[in-house]
Ligand binder design. Structure first.
Ligand code: AGP
Length: 372
């Protein structure tokens, strides 16, 4: 009913709008006044967490994309090797697991059969499993050794939005917590990131306030067949997520690529007026990446692409090559997906509407996939 949708036309719009609160709620009570992580609810003894020699993340779909981003954070802040694998592929390849492997199963519903089977396999090998889940008491947390709940609230739309942002927050918390219990050379950076996390919900809110041009752009592209998405570093999984949203909602051919792979094949797809969304890393810090993506944008534009550039406020270098420029707030590199994904969700939702598709219940899809 309209009341359930809180005045929005679709649950998806409501859930997109709820993201600042979902992010804040997922952080609530998990960082103390001194900036230390307080994840006592993760009932894996600290002594065991100190012994972990490998992290393996298993998940499907959007939750898998959250896992891909988590890998950058976990490896950077903890120096523990981290693998991310599609849950449906995991147990069939006889993965190398042991008592010192920490397996993280990410699932909004907690009922995804592929993810459940992967975690059962991991436990059979003697590994500890930590669930990151949005649904209290669902099967995946019940069968795991520990759980960190995302506090997104119920997600009704088939296309995942607020669950994704809160999965990211939960992954950052786990990465920071592992860094904290094991000691890390990144103490100062971690303290700064914790401060930035406290502000991030307000930044997501600011992005939401500036989405009208993105909706307009989406409507103007309703007749297109294909949209490509490019990113580097954590922007690469963001590109994959943008493409998945567009497939699900707009039924368009959409693909996400690592921008560095362009010249290894995908650049052959570029033709006159093809819309290409580029997620640009911050020009600060890891500026090598920024320079490289700027030259990628130049390359595709020279071949006729219509460039839709998602870039930080103050990034002037991209301006000459952007047919459409979407500004996102300045954030630390690893946290950028929290703000960069939002315009892609809005874009896909508006395109679906413009194409006359059912936003909350896309064809052929179920909210939770309880068969393998
Ligand atoms: C996302 O928009 C999808 N509907 C889908 O990929 C989803 O993320 C996937 O099925 C995993 O679901 P889960 O998080 O409930 O396990």
């Amino acid at each position: 009913s309209a009341a359930e949708k809180g005045g929005y036309d679709y649950f998806m719009l409501k859930e997109i709008a709820e993201q600042p609160k979902a992010v804040a709620d997922t952080l609530l009570g998990r960082i103390d006044v001194s900036g230390a992580l307080t994840l006592d609810e993760v009932r894996i003894p600290v002594a065991e967490l100190r012994e972990v020699d490998k992290v393996v993340i298993v998940a499907c779909g959007t939750a898998f994309h959250a896992g891909l981003i988590a890998k950058y954070a976990i490896e950077h802040w903890t120096r523990i090797p981290c693998e991310v694998e599609l849950a449906s592929e995991f147990r069939y390849r006889d993965p190398i697991l042991g008592a010192r492997s920490l397996v993280i199963a990410i699932s909004q519903s907690g009922e995804t059969m592929d993810t459940l089977m992967a975690l059962r396999h991991a436990r059979e090998q003697g590994s500890k499993v930590l669930a990151i889940c949005n649904t209290n008491g669902s099967t995946i947390p019940r069968e795991s050794d520990a759980v960190l709940y995302t506090h997104a609230g119920p997600e009704v739309a088939v296309a995942s939005t607020k669950a994704f942002l809160t999965q990211l927050v939960a992954c950052y918390l786990v990465a920071l917590y592992l860094g904290q219990v094991r000691g890390t050379q990144w103490g100062d950076e971690i303290r700064a990131v914790v401060r930035d996390l406290a502000r991030i919900s307000g930044e997501v809110e600011r992005v939401l306030e500036t989405m009208e041009p993105v909706r307009e752009l989406a409507r103007s592209l309703a007749g297109k067949d294909t949209v490509l998405f490019l990113g580097r570093h954590v922007g690469y999984p963001v590109a994959l997520e943008g493409a998945l949203k567009l497939k699900e909602l707009a039924y368009m051919h959409a693909e996400g690529f690592a921008a560095g792979e362009l010249k290894h094949g995908p650049i052959a797809l570029i033709e006159e007026d093809l819309p290409v969304v580029v997620v640009v890393p911050s020009p600060r810090g890891r500026s090598v990446l920024h320079d490289k993506i700027v030259s990628n944008i130049q390359e595709i534009r020279a071949r006729g692409a219509r460039t839709i550039v998602i870039a930080e406020e103050g990034d002037e270098e991209v301006v000459p090559y952007a047919d459409h420029l979407v500004r996102i707030p300045v954030t630390p590199t690893l946290l950028q997906p929290l703000v960069a994904t939002v315009p892609l969700q809005v874009f896909a939702c508006e395109l679906a509407t413009a194409r006359g598709n059912e936003v909350d219940q896309p064809r052929n899809l179920a909210k939770s996939v309880t068969v393998e």
